[in-house]
Design a protein around this ligand. Structure first.
Ligand SMILES: *[C@@H]1O[C@H](CO)[C@@H](O)[C@H](O)[C@H]1NC(C)=O
Ligand SMILES: *[C@@H]1O[C@H](CO)[C@@H](O)[C@H](O)[C@H]1NC(C)=O
Ligand SMILES: *[C@@H]1O[C@H](CO)[C@@H](O)[C@H](O)[C@H]1NC(C)=O
Ligand SMILES: *[C@@H]1O[C@H](CO)[C@@H](O)[C@H](O)[C@H]1NC(C)=O
Ligand SMILES: *[C@@H]1O[C@H](CO)[C@@H](O)[C@H](O)[C@H]1NC(C)=O
Ligand SMILES: *[C@@H]1O[C@H](CO)[C@@H](O)[C@H](O)[C@H]1NC(C)=O
Ligand SMILES: *[C@@H]1O[C@H](CO)[C@@H](O)[C@H](O)[C@H]1NC(C)=O
Ligand SMILES: *[C@@H]1O[C@H](CO)[C@@H](O)[C@H](O)[C@H]1NC(C)=O
Ligand SMILES: *[C@@H]1O[C@H](CO)[C@@H](O)[C@H](O)[C@H]1NC(C)=O
Ligand SMILES: *[C@@H]1O[C@H](CO)[C@@H](O)[C@H](O)[C@H]1NC(C)=O
Ligand SMILES: *[C@@H]1O[C@H](CO)[C@@H](O)[C@H](O)[C@H]1NC(C)=O
Length: 859
């Protein structure tokens, strides 16, 4: 008798036993004998590949009966393992496909783990007949697959999900998948795929119902084969670079319910015939290049549940036929060239509508007592002409979770009623309107509240313990901060982000920060605050960003911030602080901006211990003495790279002007200008090769510029003007190919200005006040030009490489730097928002993401 029959037989006995005794203990103790040996040993091999199995899969070691192991499911008649479901168990290590030895395994879900490799045992007879129908390895982000050939061992696949696994080098993925004609569902979202084979007319996916290829890098026309899948019900091609017009073959996909094409480059008009597709339920066409107007036939899509359309090339108005879409739950329309007036007819039958997103210069013609047919949970209307009065109909919406009406020309609100209404809404965005109201006695209660860029006035409002994110910036609030911060809330507050910048606030920073333990972002710049920083600042233990610049704060900055280990950014600039430069800072400090205060004494050597510092601005103070030599010990200004980025814009003084940077995380700056610093500039300063901006101007530095300056090849802005520097300008300075701002004026430099494309293209004024300098761009010729060139060669030494580089970058100086910035700036901006690595980004922006601002993108 082979083992299979034995176990069948035993199970039979067992069932009889259980049925007659009803003794569950007995049943389970007996069952331990019955786990199929082969199944169990295959599972054991798999377990050994899981690095943290002892922690994450304890039952796999403690229980003898493998059907009782976490995630293992057995057929209760045969006792054979049929399913392994280990989704989201924090497993790491290797997926050993020895699992294929389990003959009756039909379901394998290892998604949402941290597996990094997949081992495929050499294929032999035993495996060729595996029964796996369901395979999900998605969201193992670091899983490295060596091709897709291993899929050939899965001959019964019906459901396959490899989303979020890089298949970047897999140009033949479609051919591989086509070997699985029984596939019902195929998901390859965000796999870095590049080739969708747009010209292939037909693929034998005769059973395919669901196809998700979103978030790849397909740059081509829409593929024929996708619109030729007869059984298809769900197509997601969103977030690619697909072009071309919507194919009419769409109409023959009778079962199609979901079509998501958002975030592509699909052009042409939105065809009139689209309205004939009566089965469509989810239609996502937003963020494409459609032009023309939205056809009124859209109103015939009677099954439609979600509709999103946006393109800046669309014109005309919204067809009133949209009002017939009785089943519609979510409507999202955007386009800066759309126009027209929306009336009650546009909404007449939308009684199932749950959320609306409109961003277009629409006007509204709705009676003041209009009662809409819907009860929404989300309203997002931006850049519309909704105002000047906050519309009455919104008050009829009693279950709103988010209300976003930024940039909508709203100026008047119905005081008490308005604030009482908002108090029940989780997320409120009123930014950039012209609402004028006194908030002295108002209590805000929304978790997320952006009311910045209005004309709110009076004292700061009170907040409840529910508020997590509050932006009151760019209004006309006046008076002290204490009503907001020193008011006991009764229970633990949740405030994580507070922006009260750019108002007319006065008085001291209140000494009640010890109750704001969750506060990560505290932005109070551009007010009229006075007095010293209270000691309790040191107990706002979660702070990440503290901005106090441009107030009238004073006193020694003696607060000890060294325990605020997450603090990365502090801006105390443009105040009246005195005493020595504060050094009680956490080690992770990255940006320290202290300019335009009254700090005095030497630059403290303790600053060199801030190993993450990437920007230090001590300009326009009263500092004296030399620059500490240890400055080159700051690794992040020297060699190390940095990877974390914030989606915040800051203004920095560089290249002779104040510029706004979307992401300060990439910029490295040392600005010590306008002090009384003296002595030679230590050569160590010129070893900070990561620096992009170096400003030592308006001090009393002496000595020469060392040749090493030629190694600072990231330098974009160099200002050494108004010092007492002397000697020749080293020729190596021509190696600085990104240099787009240079000022060496008012020193005692002598000799010929080095020859290099950029240098001669600068304005001559940057060399002014150096009577000993000659050569272009100065009008003063050097005594013997030709000798001068030889001389520069002598001084230049390794100049040859530099000249080569330079011809490479010729004329790219500013353009390249700026281009690089706008590209990388926005790239990292987006990435930071996506990754949401901070508490703030996590739980606050996540909500934004889930519901409002970005919610419409998801369709
Ligand atoms: C295993 O999981 C634990 C628990 O989440 C995690 O802390 C650990 O880093 C993981 N990896 C290893 C190799 O233990
Ligand atoms: C097997 O177990 C499942 C789930 O526990 C149960 O629904 C099913 O009725 C059982 N089948 C037999 C034959 O006992
Ligand atoms: C995977 O399992 C096989 C047995 O099927 C074993 O020989 C091999 O060493 C395992 N691979 C890894 C990486 O553990
Ligand atoms: C893809 O190919 C490139 C070049 O051959 C290689 O560097 C890269 O590591 C490969 N990527 C993956 C995910 O295999
Ligand atoms: C669909 O596939 C058939 C082959 O089965 C082909 O003849 C036809 O042109 C295809 N249609 C489209 C729109 O690609
Ligand atoms: C503010 O709103 C106006 C229209 O009301 C718009 O033109 C402008 O772009 C908006 N500004 C911002 C920063 O959104
Ligand atoms: C706020 O919600 C509560 C409970 O859901 C309800 O009783 C109250 O009427 C609501 N207030 C307003 C102004 O909507
Ligand atoms: C705020 O409330 C106080 C006390 O109730 C009152 O005296 C004051 O006038 C109110 N201020 C405003 C602007 O409503
Ligand atoms: C803002 O409000 C103040 C006082 O209510 C008023 O004097 C001022 O004109 C308003 N400014 C704007 C731009 O509406
Ligand atoms: C700074 O303090 C000095 C003297 O203490 C005072 O004269 C000056 O007005 C203050 N400046 C600012 C911006 O508050
Ligand atoms: C910083 O933390 C240490 C250890 O937790 C503690 O002893 C010290 O008093 C704290 N310092 C400040 C200024 O809070």
């Amino acid at each position: 008798m082979n083992s299979f029959i034995t176990s069948q037989f035993s199970i039979f006995l067992l069932l009889v036993l259980c049925a007659t005794t009803f003794h569950s203990v007995m049943c389970s103790t007996n069952m331990q004998l019955l786990c199929n040996e082969k199944d169990q040993s295959a599972l054991q091999i798999f377990k050994h590949g899981v690095l943290n199995h002892s922690k994450m899969l304890p039952s796999w070691s403690n229980e003898e009966y493998c059907c009782a192991w976490q995630g293992v499911h057995c057929d209760n008649t045969t006792g054979r393992v049929t399913r392994l479901d280990l989704a989201q168990q924090y497993l790491e290590g290797d997926i050993n496909l020895s699992l294929l030895q389990i003959e009756f395994l039909n379901y394998l879900d290892l998604s949402l783990n941290g597996f990094t490799s997949l081992t495929v045992p050499p294929s032999h007879a035993n495996f060729s007949s595996n029964n796996i129908m369901f395979l999900d390895l998605s969201f193992n982000d670091d899983l490295h697959l060596d091709g897709l050939h291993w899929l050939s061992q899965f001959s019964s696949l019906k459901y396959l999900n490899l989303s979020e696994i890089s298949l970047q080098n897999e140009t033949n993925w479609l051919q591989t998948m086509a070997m699985h004609p029984s596939l019902i569902e195929l998901r390859l979202a965000s796999c870095h795929l590049t080739n969708i084979s747009p010209l292939i007319k037909y693929v034998n996916f005769s059973s395919l119902v669901t196809l998700d290829l979103s978030g790849n890098n397909f740059l081509s026309d829409l593929p024929y084969w996708v619109f030729n899948l007869t059984k298809i019900s769900y197509i997601d091609l969103s977030f690619n670079l697909l072009q071309g017009e919507l194919p009419k073959s769409l109409l023959s996909l009778q079962s199609l319910k979901t079509l998501r094409l958002n975030e592509n480059e699909i052009n042409g008009s939105i065809p009139d015939w689209l309205g004939q597709h009566e089965n469509l339920q989810y239609l996502g066409l937003s963020e494409n290049m459609f032009h023309g107007s939205i056809p009124s036939s859209i109103g015939n899509l009677s099954s439609l549940v979600e509709l999103s359309i946006s393109s800046d090339l669309l014109s005309g108005t919204l067809p009133t036929s949209l009002g017939q879409l009785f089943n519609l739950r979510s409507l999202s329309i955007a386009g800066e060239s759309l126009s027209g007036v929306l009336s009650e007819k546009h909404f007449s039958n939308l009684s199932n509508l749950e959320s609306i997103y409109l961003s277009a210069p629409f006007s509204f013609d709705l009676a003041s007592d209009w009662i809409p047919p819907f009860q929404l949970n989300g309203i997002s209307l931006s850049k519309t002409n909704l105002g000047p009065k906050f519309p009455e109909w919104i008050y009829t919406q009693r279950s709103l979770v988010y209300l976003e009406v930024p940039s909508s020309n709203i100026s008047s609100i119905n005081g008490d009623m308005f604030w009482r209404f908002l108090a029940n809404i989780t997320q409120v965005i009123l930014s950039n309107n012209t609402i004028s109201a006194d908030l002295t006695n108002i209590t805000l209660n929304s978790e997320i509240m952006f009311i910045d860029q209005n004309n709110f006035t009076g004292g700061l409002p009170h907040i409840s313990a529910n508020v997590i994110l509050l932006d009151l910036s760019h209004n006309s609030f006046y008076g002290p901060i204490s009503p907001l911060l020193c008011n006991k809330l009764g229970r633990k507050n949740s405030l994580d982000y507070l922006d009260i910048s750019s108002n007319f606030l006065t008085g001291k920073v209140p000494d009640c920060l010890e109750s704001w333990k969750d506060l990560s972002f505290l932005l109070m710049e551009n007010n009229m605050l006075t007095g010293e920083i209270p000691p309790s600042m040191g107990s706002a233990i979660d702070l990440v960003i503290l901005d106090l610049h441009n107030n009238s704060l004073s006193g020694n900055f003696s607060v000890d911030l060294s325990n605020i280990t997450g603090l990365e950014y502090i801006n105390l600039g443009q105040n009246n602080f005195t005493g020595t430069v504060p050094t009680k800072m956490p080690h992770g400090m990255e940006v320290m901006l202290l300019k335009s205060n009254q700090f005095e004494g030497n630059i403290p050597a303790q600053l060199c211990k801030l190993s993450s510092l990437i920007q230090l601005d001590l300009s326009n103070n009263k500092l004296s003495g030399p620059i500490p030599k240890c400055i080159s010990e700051i690794p992040s200004m020297g060699g190390a790279h940095r990877t974390i980025h914030y989606p915040f814009a800051i203004n920095l003084y560089t290249k002779g002007q104040e510029l706004e940077f979307k992401d300060y995380g990439l910029l490295r700056t040392l600005d010590l200008s306008s002090n009384n610093l003296s002595g030679e500039i230590p050569s160590q300063v010129f070893h900070l090769v990561q620096l992009q901006t170096l400003n030592l101007s308006r001090n009393h530095f002496t000595g020469k510029i060392p040749r090493d300056i030629g190694n600072m090849n990231n330098l974009e802005s160099l200002d050494l003007s108004s010092n007492k520097l002397s000697g020749e300008i080293p020729v190596s300075i021509t190696n600085l190919s990104f240099l787009s701002f240079l000022n060496l004026s008012y020193n005692n430099f002598v000799g010929q200005i080095p020859v290099g494309t950029q240098i001669q293209s600068f304005n001559p004024s940057i060399f002014a006040g150096n009577p000993g300098l000659c050569g272009a761009p100065l009008p003063r010729k050097c005594p013997t030009e030709s000798d001068g060139v030889d001389e520069s060669k002598q001084h230049g030494g390794s100049n040859d490489d530099g000249v080569d580089n330079e011809s490479l970058y010729l004329g790219m100086g500013v353009g390249f730097a700026v281009g690089f910035w706008s590209f990388c700036g926005s790239l990292f901006f987006i990435r930071a928002w996506r990754h949401m690595y901070l508490k703030f980004l996590n739980h606050v922006l996540d909500q934004l993401h889930g519901n409002g601002i970005f919610g419409w993108l998801r369709l």
